[in-house]
Structure formats: structure tokens, C-alpha cells
Design a protein around this ligand. Structure first.
Ligand code: CUA
Length: 337
């Protein structure tokens, strides 16, 4: 009994120390959404339980190893113990009850966390290899940055163009998969202005780790100003020239998340100066980047991989009409002048 009392006191002490350690370490970034408050509450509660169970196991093991170790010269057999029904029922029931409490608690709050509000801002989010595109259907604006007004709920309607991605802004806590051929939903009410990062949280290929978009939360007035500015920047009349239309298309299709237009090397080759240049291909051959080459590079990228670059561009753009491909090629040509 003396051993049990000492070990129990040690469990309490170690539990408190582990809680102190875990809560003083910044395990989570700052909270910036209303929905995330409950997630943090639950996370804290789990830390308490985790600290207790960890201490329970570690203290008893270390205590036994130290106190009941074999004394020098003691060659006797250990005591034969065969099972302990009460203990087995106990360590089955107690964790079961703990898990059930968390499951019920989470289920009761799920409706609250996902509930819609009046006047929510609808944003359509499209994930693709390797970037994100945001459409504001009410304003007719598309962007590769996610801008959100403070204290207004946003309803994200999320989909994917190729494989499964996952929409996750760590500061918002909540997360939702982007599934091809399906619309999933996620609601977030930003509570802190700031500059955040949307990170893809589902391994989706070569540049998964680079699938990051800027998220900006601003005051409502600044948000309206941004929307205004964006709708002026992309008037429907901008498609008068093929190159102008191509510039919009490469934005809309997310090409620029892998191909820079300023000579910077991203996942794929930069487009600056590419038209008319000699391209060294992976198989050792050389080819001049003419219109036909660029055309084929968009539709069948695996057929002519540039040396030094991975063969990762999805062959997924045949859904684009012929004139769109031509417009994009026309735009790329302007980057060589
Ligand atoms: Cu998209 Cu990982």
C-alpha cells in the first residue's frame, strides 16, 4: 500500500509538470476564427487527459524498474502472477468512457461549429496541383489570394480539379477536404485581422508542400475596396486581344503557381524568355520553343520534359477549348519580348 501511495503522489506531480510543459509550449498558432474557439477548448482538455495517462504509465514503469529491481546476489524467482480481472476491466472501461465523453462533446458542438449565419460571404475554392483559386461569385471576382472581411462568416464551397487536396488555415483550426467532382463546405468567421497561409493538408503529389496561398483578413471596408479593385482589374472587356485573354486564363487555371513570369524558378520552368529559346530536354535532345512546342507542353506535358525539372505537370488541360490554349500561348509569347 505504501508503494501505491507513493506512486500515486508521483503520478499527480508528473501530470502537473507535463501539463505545465505542454501548455507553456506554443503548440498551436494564434487563434483567428470563431469556429476555432471550441477546437482549442477541446485541445486543452485533451492535453489534461493525455498528461494524466502518460504519467500513469511512465511513473508506474519507472517506479517498478527502480524500486523492485533485482538486488545484488538475489537469484530467486519472481512471484508468479496470472491475470488480474479487476485491473483488466478497469483499463478497458476507463479509456472507453474517456473516449465516449470526447466523442459526445465533439458531436454536440459540431452543429454549432458548422452552423450558417445570415449574410455569409460565399467563396468558391478550387484546389489543383499545385495551387488554389478563389472565386467570389456575388462580385464576379477571381483571385489567387483569399481575402476575407473581419467578423463576417465566410462559406467556402470547396472542390478540386484533379486529386484530393485539403483546405486548411492553421489559425482558423477547421479543415475540409477538396474532392474532385464534389462540393464540400466549410464555414469560418475570422476574428483577427492579419496575414495567414492556406496550406494543403492532404499529400497530393510532388509540390504538395508548396501548395500555399496567402490569406488576408481585413476590416470590411478594406475588403470591399479590395473587391472593387479586383473587379476593375478584370473587366469582362479585357479579353479583346488573345494575349490579354491568355493572361487571364493562366491566372484562372493556376499556371503561375508553378511557372513564374519573371525568371524565378518554381516547380516548373519560368516562362520569361521561353518562346523562341532552345530547350534542352530530359532525353538529351534539343528543341526550339515555338508555338507548337508550347501547345504540346500544355496538353501533353510529359512528352517533352525540360532537363532539370520533374515530370509532374498534370496532363489535365484538354478540357480547355482550342482557342484558350492558343490564347495562353499568345500570352507566353509576350514574355519573350
Ligand atoms: Cu494539394 Cu497537398
Amino acid at each position: 500500500m505504501k508503494h501505491l501511495a507513493v506512486a500515486s503522489v508521483l503520478v499527480v506531480i508528473v501530470t502537473l509538470l507535463v501539463i505545465l510543459l505542454l501548455t507553456s509550449t506554443n503548440l498551436l498558432p494564434g487563434l483567428a476564427s470563431e469556429e476555432g474557439a471550441f477546437v482549442d477548448e477541446m485541445f486543452r482538455a485533451q492535453i489534461y487527459v493525455i498528461a494524466f495517462i502518460f504519467s500513469l504509465i511512465v511513473v508506474f514503469i519507472l517506479y517498478s524498474v527502480v524500486v523492485f529491481r533485482q538486488k545484488p546476489g538475489d537469484e530467486s524467482e519472481g512471484q508468479y502472477i496470472k491475470g488480474n480481472t479487476a485491473l483488466e476491466i478497469g483499463w478497458t472501461l476507463v479509456p472507453l468512457v474517456i473516449v465516449m465523453i470526447f466523442a459526445t462533446w465533439g458531436a454536440l458542438h459540431l452543429a454549432e461549429v458548422t452552423a450558417g449565419e445570415e449574410g455569409e460571404l460565399v467563396v468558391e475554392v478550387t484546389g489543383f496541383q499545385f495551387g488554389w483559386r478563389f472565386d467570389y461569385p456575388d462580385a464576379g471576382v477571381s483571385s489567387d489570394e483569399l481575402w476575407l472581411p473581419l467578423n463576417r462568416q465566410a462559406l467556402f464551397r470547396i472542390t478540386s480539379r484533379d486529386v484530393i487536396h485539403s483546405f486548411w488555415v492553421p489559425e482558423f483550426r477547421v479543415k475540409q477536404d477538396a474532392v474532385p467532382g464534389r462540393w464540400t463546405e466549410l464555414r469560418v468567421k475570422p476574428t483577427e485581422t492579419g496575414d495567414y497561409r492556406l496550406r494543403c493538408a492532404e499529400l497530393c503529389g510532388y509540390a504538395h508542400a508548396a501548395m500555399i496561398s496567402r490569406v488576408v483578413v481585413v476590416e470590411p471596408a478594406a475588403f470591399e475596396a479590395w473587391l472593387q479593385g479586383m473587379s476593375v482589374a478584370q473587366p469582362p472587356g479585357d479579353d479583346t486581344s488573345p494575349a490579354g485573354r491568355g493572361a487571364m486564363l493562366v491566372q484562372d487555371n493556376g499556371c503561375t503557381s508553378c511557372h513564374s513570369v519573371d525568371g524565378t524558378t518554381l516547380v516548373g520552368p519560368s516562362w520569361q524568355g521561353v518562346f523562341g529559346s532552345e530547350r534542352q530536354l530530359e532525353d538529351g535532345s534539343t528543341v526550339t520553343a515555338d508555338e507548337e512546342y508550347l501547345h504540346r507542353a500544355i496538353l501533353d506535358p510529359g512528352s517533352q520534359v525540360v532537363a532539370g525539372f520533374p515530370n509532374v505537370m498534370p496532363a489535365a488541360y484538354n478540357f480547355l477549348p482550342e482557342e484558350d490554349i492558343t490564347a495562353m500561348v499568345e500570352y507566353i509569347k509576350t514574355l519573350s519580348r
